[in-house]
Ligand binder design. Structure first.
Ligand code: 5GP
Length: 179
């Protein structure tokens, strides 16, 4: 079994690249059926979603836009904790179909924050696509319109996802080996 060491942790192969690509291709097929005729803008959330977005967009048939957003590290606090400001919205998304592209939805706190901020730009609708989802950790009731794979509540790296800044370049996804 293939093992990778990143910093102090060991990771073992979990989802091979061929499976990831098949899952993304199937997701794109669903989107192509659903989004035909709509004014669509895909919004990839950096850094983690860059590989997912690049792979997905190759399979999207209707004319569309794609852009990338980032959550700035700090913008203040609320009763629910740190509120990160969404930066990079340069396009007019008014009345458009926004499809958020996330690498992984864990508790859903990040996603809720992103949606709250995007609503301020008055898009026509917001849909959510995530490559990975940890249902056991999910605390929100936001509908995830497109989910690539549901995974257990373990830390994963690869295909855009990092551990302490490393591992994003790995073509496969690895899960942490319990120590
Ligand atoms: P949430 O707000 O849903 O709890 O977490 C979302 C963010 O946490 C993701 O966008 C990602 O940056 C990070 N995250 C959650 N689980 C994992 C994981 O297993 N591996 C990595 N690399 N990041 C994760």
């Amino acid at each position: 079994m293939e093992i990778r060491k990143i910093h102090d942790k060991e990771f073992k192969l979990f989802i091979p690249n061929s499976q990831i690509r098949a899952v993304i291709s199937a997701m794109a097929d669903s989107m192509n059926r659903d989004l035909e005729g709509r004014d669509v803008i895909f919004m990839g959330i950096l850094n983690g979603a860059f590989m997912f977005a690049a792979e997905l967009i190759k399979h999207i048939a209707p004319s569309c836009q794609i852009t990338f957003l980032k959550l700035a590290s700090y913008a203040g606090t609320s009763s629910t904790g740190t509120v990160k400001r969404l930066i990079g919205i340069n396009e007019d998304i008014h009345n458009k179909t926004v499809v958020i592209l996330e690498d992984i939805v864990d508790t859903g706190i990040t996603l809720e924050n992103i949606i709250r901020q995007l609503r301020g730009y008055e898009p026509g609708e917001i849909r959510v696509a995530t490559l990975l989802h940890k249902p056991d950790a999910y605390q929100k009731d936001i509908v995830l319109d497109y989910v690539g794979l549901e995974i257990p509540n373990d830390f994963v790296v690869g295909f855009g996802l990092d551990y302490k800044g490393f591992g994003r370049n790995l073509p496969d996804i690895y899960r942490v080996v319990a120590s």
